[in-house]
Design a protein around this ligand. Structure first.
Ligand SMILES: NC(=O)C1=CN([C@@H]2O[C@H](COP(=O)(O)OP(=O)(O)OC[C@H]3O[C@@H](n4cnc5c(N)ncnc54)[C@H](OP(=O)(O)O)[C@@H]3O)[C@@H](O)[C@H]2O)C=CC1
Ligand SMILES: CC(=O)N[C@@H](CCC(=O)OP(=O)(O)O)C(=O)O
Length: 312
């Protein structure tokens, strides 16, 4: 059986990477709009309604509009890569490792997680769910992203003459990822989020520093790591690294695409302080890789088909 797929926003950064991952796969037929038609509402409506699955790689407002263009009587299912529906009712949060593969497989509307929340939630959600970390803690997140995380506009800025080497932002403390981090980790308070961008095309490091010694129940860095390792045991996508010392974590300027997600727990000698760290490709598990993983599940195909994962 072939599945008709329409990528709305196919000329953008996320859309192009999804198309690359679907290339040569006989299970899919891609519906394409040429440059003159790709922003034409009539042409988009037709393609959206002809598709079995529409993948939205658009700014939030255009993604909301695309959903409205789909006739509810029509069977088109949706994967939305934007942040428009990540806490919306009736949408499945497309993080199979956290919500369960069956929920994604059966869903008609799937909202792909944001890149930063993917790192944060992978680290914190299982630990809160297991009762090892408190839901009412004031969590902080420090993160650094490759510049493709900001789409075509940020790519242009970082590839222009006189581009910055580093950009810190989010100083309004109201980043659009805050609601999904709080909701899907089951937290009582919004997190304090400090994002930044470096002059590497792709990749990101998301860090949650924790004063474990100030928490009730004396959680220890080793027990956090062990719990994450059990939670993701057997996952083809998520790797929880062991206790072996790591001197540094790097983002390379010209690293290859990867759809994996690496997790680390670093603790001090007594285990009273910990740094939970996720390293991922913002365009991989942070966007296009996650969309293809969800697409595979929705089509009843092997979860990792077409994904770029380190060989076992
Ligand atoms: N980049 C990343 O790492 C991640 C991105 N996302 C999300 O994915 C979505 C896409 O992001 P990204 O690919 O980076 O963004 P880009 O800016 O690279 O691409 C967006 C594409 O959408 C097109 N577009 C804009 N408005 C419309 C419209 N009304 N109809 C049809 N096409 C339209 C743009 O056209 P034009 O080419 O003419 O500008 C562009 O090609 C965003 O919501 C983003 O937040 C999510 C996770 C990570
Ligand atoms: C570096 C950079 O600018 N990153 C983007 C987030 C990219 C992403 O995850 O997209 P969504 O917002 O759709 O989740 C930002 O901070 O707005």
């Amino acid at each position: 059986m072939t599945h008709k797929i329409f990528i709305d926003g196919a000329a953008g950064t996320t859309g192009l990477e999804i198309a690359e991952r679907l290339e040569g796969r006989s299970e899919f037929v891609l519906l394409r709009l040429d440059d003159a038609q790709r922003k034409d509402t009539g042409a988009r409506r037709e393609a959206l309604n002809e598709a079995d699955i529409a993948i939205l790689c658009l700014p939030d407002d255009a993604a909301r509009e695309a959903v409205e263009l789909i006739d509810p009587a029509n069977g088109t299912r949706v994967i939305d890569a934007s942040s428009a529906h990540r806490t919306a009712e009736g949408w499945c949060y497309g993080f199979p490792e956290l919500v369960g593969r069956e929920r994604v497989s059966d869903a008609r509307r799937v909202s792909n997680p944001g890149c930063y929340p993917t790192g944060f939630l992978a680290l914190v959600a299982p630990l809160v769910r297991e009762g090892i970390l408190p839901a009412d803690w004031p969590y902080s997140v420090n993160a650094v992203s490759g510049y493709s995380g900001g789409g075509k506009a940020l790519i242009e800025r970082f590839e222009a003459d006189g581009a910055p080497a580093f950009r810190a932002y989010g100083y309004d403390l109201a980043h659009k990822h805050l609601p999904e981090m709080k909701t899907h980790a089951g937290l009582e308070h919004p997190v304090l989020f400090a994002p930044s961008v470096v002059s590497a095309f792709r990749g990101m490091i998301v860090e949650v520093p924790l004063h474990l010694g100030a928490m009730e129940g004396d959680p220890h860095a080793d027990s956090l790591r062990d719990t994450l390792a059990s939670f993701y045991e057997g996952s083809p996508v998520v790797t929880v690294h062991g206790k072996a010392p790591v001197g540094e974590l790097l983002l390379d300027r010209d690293t290859s695409p990867s759809d994996g997600l690496e997790l680390f727990v670093f603790g001090n000698e007594g285990g009273w302080n910990a740094r939970l760290v996720a390293r991922l490709d913002n365009l991989g598990k942070g966007a296009s890789g996650a969309a293809v993983q969800n697409l595979n599940l929705m089509c009843g195909l092997p979860e990792t088909a077409g994904l770029r994962l380190p060989s076992a």
